[in-house]
Ligand binder design. Structure first.
Ligand code: IPE
Ligand code: IPE
Ligand code: MG
Length: 236
C-alpha cells in the first residue's frame, strides 16, 4: 500500500459530524469542533507518512455563515488559535500551507494568521495543506466566470479560447491537481458545495464515523479502499 503508484496524490476531505459527536456526549457543539481539530493534526501526519502531496480540508463553507453567531464566532476563534499554534509544527514538518475561499469575509485576526502561515511556509516542499475557509464551489466558479468575462471584455482573452484548462486556471485551485480521493465523514451522502469542478473524476469514500473519531486507521482504510478501485476516466 505504501507503493507511491497506488497512493492518491491529492486527498480532499469534507470534515463533517462535529456537532453530532458533541451531542452524543452531552457536550456543546464547540467541543466537537475542538475535538475535530485533533483529527486535522492526525490527518496531516498520516498523509505525510503515506506520501500524499496535497490534502484539502473543508473547514468552513459559504453556507456555514448562516449558523448561529455564537457557533460562527467559536469556529473563527478555533481557526485563529489552530493556525497560530500549528505554524511552528508546519515549519518543522516542511508543510506548505494554502487556503481557498472568500477570505475578505473572515475576521481580520484570522486573515492575518492565514497570510502569515502562507507566507512563512511558502518555500516548504513537503505536504501541501489546503484549508477551504468561507469556501463555496459555486462562488468559486462564478468568480472564475467573472474574471474570464472581464478579460474577454478587455480583449485579453478570445472567447473561442475558453476551454477546460483555461477555466481551471481561473479557479482558486489553479495551482493544485484535482483530488484523486474525496472523503466525507458522518455518513452524509452529499457534496455540500465543495470542489464541484475539481471532483469530476475523484473516487468517493464515505465514512460513517464523525470527524472527531476519524483518525489514522480510518484514513488509511479509506486510502486502501481507493487503491482497490479501478479508475476508468470514461474509457473502457
Ligand atoms: C463539521 O461538523 C464542521 C463544520 C461544518 C464547520 P458540523 O458542525 O457540520 O457537525 P454536524 O454535521 O452538525 O454533526
Ligand atoms: C459541509 O458540512 C461543510 C464543512 C464540512 C465545512 P455541513 O455540515 O455544513 O453540510 P450540510 O449542511 O450537512 O450539507
Ligand atoms: Mg454538518
Amino acid at each position: 500500500m505504501e507503493d507511491s503508484h497506488d497512493i492518491p496524490r491529492h486527498i480532499a476531505i469534507i470534515m463533517d459530524g462535529n456537532g453530532r459527536w458533541a451531542n452524543a456526549r452531552g457536550l456543546p457543539r464547540v467541543e466537537g469542533h475542538r475535538a475535530g481539530a485533533k483529527s486535522v493534526k492526525s490527518a496531516v501526519e498520516t498523509c505525510q507518512q503515506l506520501g500524499v502531496e496535497y490534502l484539502t480540508l473543508y473547514a468552513f463553507s459559504s453556507e456555514n455563515w448562516k449558523r448561529p453567531k455564537k457557533e460562527v464566532d467559536a469556529l473563527m476563534n478555533l481557526l485563529e488559535k489552530f493556525l497560530r499554534e500549528k505554524l511552528p509544527d508546519m515549519l518543522k514538518q516542511n508543510v506548505r500551507f494554502h487556503s481557498i475561499g472568500r477570505h475578505d469575509l473572515l475576521p481580520e485576526k484570522c486573515r492575518r494568521q492565514i497570510e502569515q502561515a502562507s507566507a512563512d511556509t511558502q518555500n516548504n516542499t513537503g505536504l501541501n495543506l489546503i484549508l477551504a475557509l468561507s469556501y463555496g464551489s459555486r462562488e468559486e466558479i462564478t468568480d472564475a466566470a467573472r474574471a474570464i468575462a472581464t478579460k474577454a471584455a478587455a480583449g485579453e482573452i478570445d472567447p473561442a479560447d475558453i476551454d477546460n484548462e483555461l477555466f481551471a486556471n481561473h479557479l482558486y485551485t489553479s495551482q493544485f491537481p484535482d483530488p484523486d480521493l474525496l472523503i466525507r465523514t458522518s455518513g452524509e451522502l452529499r457534496i455540500s458545495n465543495f470542489l464541484l469542478w475539481q471532483i469530476s473524476y475523484s473516487e468517493i469514500v464515505i465514512s460513517t464515523k464523525n470527524w472527531p473519531d476519524f483518525r489514522d486507521a480510518d484514513l488509511r482504510a479509506a486510502v486502501e479502499e481507493y487503491t482497490r478501485r479501478h479508475r476508468r476516466f470514461g474509457t473502457v
